[in-house]
Design a protein around this ligand. Structure first.
Ligand SMILES: [Mn+2]
Length: 656
C-alpha cells in the first residue's frame, strides 16, 4: 500500500499555526469561575492486581476453610482456580477460546438470542478485551462526581420568558439554543447510558495513543468548549496524546483571541489550535487535522459532543486488536434546545446502511451478524457509519489515501471511507461500550462558502464514490434513483481507481453479499425507470409537485414548472411505482395523491401510457386528473379528457 504521510507544505505556509502551552485542568482548582475541576481517576495496574488478589482471597477463603471438613468442596475450589487461571491466561495471550469458560453472570436483558455454535471466530491479531462478570473493568472511572446544577447528569435546562428572544436569535445563528447551553457547566456530568455489561470489560493496558480531532466552523462557545473539556476529563491521560482543533475559517469574535487565551490557560499544551486561512470545508479540514496529528490513532468528533464514561479505551482496544478496524462509538443524543443527554437507540443494536440515492440509514443489526458474538455489549460489524465520530489508526488512514481530495465540503465522505475500508481488506465496527453524546442541530446554520458546482455538492460527491467503488449493476441503481445527474462531469478519479486496482480491492458485489446484505431487504434493487422528469399537463402549463409534502402529509398537486427537478422530479418505473426522492406516490383513498413509503416488493399500482399520456391507478381503476387549479385527483378514466393527459420530460438542470 502506498503511504502518504507527507504534509503539503503549500498548505502550511498559508496557515497560521498556533501551538498553545497551558496547564492541565487539575492544576486549575478554584481558579476558573464555572469550571469545577473534575478528572476521573483510573486504576493503575498495581491497584488492579491488588484488587484482584483481595477479591480472589475473599472468594477462596471460605472454600479453603471448609475444605478441611468437607473434601467434597474440592471440586468447586478447583473449578474456581481453573477459571481464574483461564481469565488470567486469556488476558496474557489474548486467547479467545478461554473466554467461553468464564460464566457470564450478567444477564442479557435484551433477550437477543446468540447461537454460539454458528459463530464465526474472528482471527486473533492483538490482545483481546475480556469480559469478567462481577469484576469492575480495569479502566472504569472511579470517583465520577455527583453534582447538582443546571444540566448536571445530562438533565434538560429551560429558557425563561425573558430569554426567549435571545434564544431564538442563537438558534438561527448556531442551530442550537446557546442560551441554555451557556447555563450548563463546561464539564457537566452525563448519565451512564451503557449496557450494564460494559462495566466489566477488561482491556489491554498498553493501548495506542490518540489524537482527538475537532473540526469547527463558527461553533458556539459553550458547545465547543464542553466538547474539549469532556474529551480531556473522560479520557485516561496516558492515552490522550492531544486534542487537535482545526478552525475552518470562522469569523465569530469568540473564536479568535478569546479562544486562544482560554485554551492556553486551561490546558497545558494538550490542546492545539490550527486555523485554515480560507474555507476548506469539513472533509478537507478533517484530512488536514489528521496530517497535523501525532497520536497513533486519530479520533474525529464533531465540535458539539460530550463523551461518556470510559468512551476512549473500548475504541483504542479494537484498533490495538486489529489496526485495520475503524472503531465507531455509539452515539447518544443531546437535544439542541434543552440539552438533555439521552440514548437514541433502544436495547436493539443498530448499524449504518444506505438507500440507493445514498441517504444514510440505520437499521437493526441482522441476526447473521449478532450470532457471531457471545456478548451483547461486544463490538459488531457495520457496513458504514454516519461520518462524524470515529477512530482509526492514523497511518492506516493515510495508507488508504485519506479522503478523496475531489470530495467537496461535506457529504458522501463516510461512504467513500467505508467502501474503501471494507473492499480493501479492513472492517468497520460499532462499539456499544463507547458512548459519545452529540447535539443534533435543528438546521444547518451556515452556508458552504463559494463553490462552482451546478448540481448539489452532495450528489457530486456521491457520484465520485459511485464511479470508483460501485460496479456496473449497483451504479445503475444510483442513477435510477438520481437520473438527472447522469453525465455530470465529476473530475478526475484516476488516482482512486488506480488505488483500487493496485490494492486488489474486492468488488461492490462482494461488499453487498458479505457486509451490507440487509440493504436489499429494506431497499431492493430498483426497477429501471420507464419515464422520469417533470410530469407536465399536456394542455396546460403546470407540473406535478410534492408541494413539500412528506409521508403522512397532505395531497400533492401541480404548480408552474420550474425545471429544476427536486419537488417536480418524478420517476415512473417498469414495475409501476412512481418515485420521488426516496419516497413513492400512492393514493390509498382513491381520491388524492400522497407521498408514502415505497413498498419493498415493487408491484404497481401505476400504469403510464406514453401514447395517451394517461397515468392510471390500477387498484382503483382511475386516472390522475389535473383540475388546472393546482389540484391532482383520481377520476374515472376518459380517453377524450385532456386534463388526464401528461407528458414526462427529462430534466437536466445543470445542462441549461
Ligand atoms: Mn454534528
Amino acid at each position: 500500500m502506498r503511504t502518504n504521510l507527507s504534509i503539503n507544505p503549500a498548505i502550511f505556509e498559508d496557515v497560521s499555526i498556533m501551538q498553545i502551552t497551558t496547564r492541565i485542568i487539575e492544576n486549575e482548582r478554584g481558579v476558573q469561575s464555572n469550571i469545577i475541576p473534575m478528572r476521573v481517576r483510573y486504576r493503575r495496574s498495581a491497584v488492579i492486581k491488588l484488587g484482584i488478589f483481595i477479591i480472589a482471597a475473599l472468594f477462596l477463603l471460605p472454600f479453603l476453610i471448609h475444605q478441611l471438613d468437607h473434601s467434597s468442596k474440592e471440586d468447586s475450589v478447583q473449578e474456581l482456580k481453573k477459571r481464574w487461571k483461564l481469565a488470567k491466561d486469556k488476558q496474557k495471550r489474548g486467547n479467545v477460546e478461554a473466554d467461553k469458560n468464564i460464566k457470564n453472570v450478567v444477564d442479557n436483558p435484551m433477550g437477543v438470542k446468540h447461537d454460539n455454535k454458528q459463530g464465526v471466530a474472528a482471527p486473533t491479531h492483538g490482545p483481546e478485551q475480556v469480559l469478567k462478570p462481577g469484576i469492575l473493568g480495569n479502566f472504569e472511572p472511579k470517583n465520577y462526581p455527583n453534582r447538582n446544577g443546571p444540566g448536571e447528569n445530562g438533565k434538560s435546562v429551560h429558557t425563561s420568558l425573558g430569554e426567549k428572544a435571545q434564544a431564538e436569535k442563537a438558534k438561527k445563528t448556531y442551530g442550537f439554543n446557546m442560551v441554555n447551553s451557556d447555563k450548563i457547566a463546561l464539564n457537566r456530568t452525563v448519565p451512564d447510558t451503557r449496557h450494564e455489561e460494559c462495566k466489566y470489560w477488561h482491556y489491554p493496558e498498553d493501548l495506542p495513543t490518540a489524537s482527538v480531532i475537532l473540526v469547527f466552523h463558527n461553533e458556539g462557545w459553550s458547545t465547543l468548549l464542553r466538547t474539549v473539556h469532556s474529551v480531556i476529563n473522560m479520557s485516561p491521560p496516558q492515552f490522550l496524546k492531544e486534542v487537535v482543533m482545526v478552525d475552518d475559517f470562522s469569523d465569530k469574535e469568540h473564536l479568535k483571541d478569546k479562544l486562544e487565551t482560554y485554551l492556553k490557560k486551561e490546558f497545558k499544551g494538550l490542546v492545539k489550535l490550527y486555523r485554515n486561512k480560507e474555507r476548506m470545508g469539513l472533509i478537507g479540514t478533517r484530512t488536514r487535522g489528521a496530517e497535523l496529528s501525532t497520536g497513533d490513532v486519530i479520533i474525529f468528533l464533531d465540535a458539539h459532543c460530550e463523551c461518556n464514561k470510559n468512551w476512549l479505551v473500548p475504541l483504542l482496544a479494537r484498533i490495538k486488536y486489529d489496526r485495520r478496524i475503524m472503531a465507531v462509538p455509539t452515539i447518544d443524543g443531546i437535544d439542541w434546545d434543552n440539552f438533555k443527554y439521552h440514548p437514541v437507540y433502544g436495547p436493539t443494536h443498530h448499524r449504518g446502511i444506505f438507500e440507493w440515492g445514498f441517504l444514510y440509514k440505520e437499521s437493526a443489526v441482522p441476526e447473521r451478524e449478532l450470532r457471531t458474538h457471545q456478548h451483547h455489549s461486544a463490538p459488531y460489524k457495520s457496513p458504514t457509519h454516519a461520518g462524524g465520530l470515529f477512530a482509526m489508526d492514523r497511518k492506516y488512514f493515510f495508507e488508504l489515501g485519506a479522503y478523496d481530495e475531489g470530495l467537496k465540503i461535506w457529504g458522501g465522505e463516510n461512504f467513500e471511507l467505508s467502501f474503501k475500508i471494507w473492499q480493501c481488506g479492513g472492517s468497520i465496527e460499532w462499539v456499544p461500550c463507547s458512548r459519545v453524546g452529540h447535539v443534533y442541530r435543528n438546521h444547518m446554520p451556515y452556508g458552504f462558502g463559494k463553490i462552482d458546482v451546478k448540481i448539489p455538492v452532495i450528489l457530486l460527491n456521491y457520484m465520485r464514490v459511485v464511479e470508483v467503488w460501485l460496479d456496473e449493476e449497483h451504479k445503475e441503481y444510483f442513477y435510477t434513483r438520481e437520473p438527472s445527474v447522469r453525465g455530470y462531469p465529476i473530475g478526475d478519479v484516476s488516482k482512486q481507481l488506480k488505488f483500487k486496482k493496485d490494492n486488489k480491492c474486492k468488488d461492490f458485489k462482494w461488499f453487498m453479499d458479505n457486509v451490507a446484505y440487509e440493504v436489499y431487504d429494506r431497499f431492493p434493487r430498483l426497477p429501471p425507470n420507464k419515464a422520469w422528469g417533470e410530469v407536465k399537463e399536456k394542455s396546460g402549463s403546470k407540473c406535478w409537485d410534492t408541494m413539500g409534502q412528506q409521508v403522512g402529509g397532505g395531497a400533492i398537486g401541480a404548480s408552474y414548472c420550474h425545471h429544476f427537478g427536486g419537488s417536480q422530479l418524478f420517476r415512473i418505473n417498469t414495475k409501476g411505482q412512481i418515485g420521488v426522492g426516496e419516497r413513492c406516490i400512492e393514493s390509498r383513498n382513491g381520491n388524492t395523491l400522497h407521498v408514502s413509503f415505497c413498498d419493498v416488493q415493487p408491484t404497481g399500482p401505476w400504469e403510464f401510457d406514453e401514447l395517451s399520456g394517461r397515468i392510471r391507478h390500477t387498484d382503483h381503476d382511475k386516472c390522475v386528473e389535473s383540475g388546472g387549479d393546482g389540484q391532482l385527483t383520481l377520476q374515472p378514466c376518459s380517453s377524450n379528457n385532456n386534463q388526464q393527459q401528461f407528458v414526462v420530460n427529462e430534466v437536466y438542470a445543470w445542462k441549461r
